[in-house]
Design a protein around this ligand. Sequence first.
Ligand SMILES: [Zn+2]
Length: 64
Amino acid sequence: MKEELSGIYVCSICGVENETLVDPSAGVRQTYVEDCAVCCRPQVLTILIDEASGFVAVQAEFEG
Ligand SMILES: [Zn+2]
């Protein structure tokens, strides 16, 4: 697997697409908070990595 992966998520507040960098060594399922690059609201990201394809699925929820 590559050392670094990236995934795309849509901000749950402003609807803009953000790219997040994911470190696969932290596990195939990760949760962390990242601020939207546009509206700066914190998003709770749930990351699911498909190890076979390297595809990263990202679900974003506003930390409210
Ligand atoms: Zn936003």
